[in-house]
Design a protein around this ligand. Sequence first.
Ligand code: 1GP
Length: 229
Amino acid sequence: MFVKNKRHLAILLDPDKAEPSNFLLEKALPDYFFIGGSFVSMHRQSQICISIKKQCSVPLVLFPADPSHLTENADALLFLSLVSGRNPEYLIGKHVIAAPMLRKSKLKILPTAYMLIDGGEATSASYISNSNPIPYQKSDIALATALAAQMLGMKYIYLDCGSGAPKHVNPEMIKLLKDHLEIPIIVGGGIRTPETLFNLYEAGADVCVVGNILEKNPSLYMDFIAASK
Ligand code: 1GP
């Protein structure tokens, strides 16, 4: 789905907060919408997918915090294993619960190594998953983790400082992973300006995820689209 060395922009919509019509009326659309949030109901998750599908053909990728967030009304699912943590529930436990249901669904499954990176303050993702993020400067730990995930057969790496994090992922960390991995790298958390977005692509991000700043300031939308081209 995500291709290495092609710059993809994914806009993260939290169904409880986002207003997709802010973007759908614009001339240009992102490559993907990621749909997810910490406390979303399945009903709200489904509703937002149905509503967007009626208005555009941008692929909808579920970014779930829990199996209860799954809906058939999207196109694909980030099947995230939290490989930066050591909580078995988020490494494999929740996946076992979801697998029988997913087997019957039409969602495209995207096996993804999810790595929380310390972005300067505790995030909902770290707190809820009861796991420590990888320290901001410890690119060697991030590389070893990502290599292990790739050897285990995972298809994508997602480096995430968490929504609204003060700091985005260290570009040096992205560069190092890019030099040693064959699989695409998704980067998100704390991206607040189009310049940052551009710099993270330059460092080697294949997909950048932007959420929080566009909830607060939707007028930046077209600048982010331009920076992703
Ligand atoms: C968080 O990567 C996403 O999981 C997006 O982060 O909301 O900070 O853009 P922001």
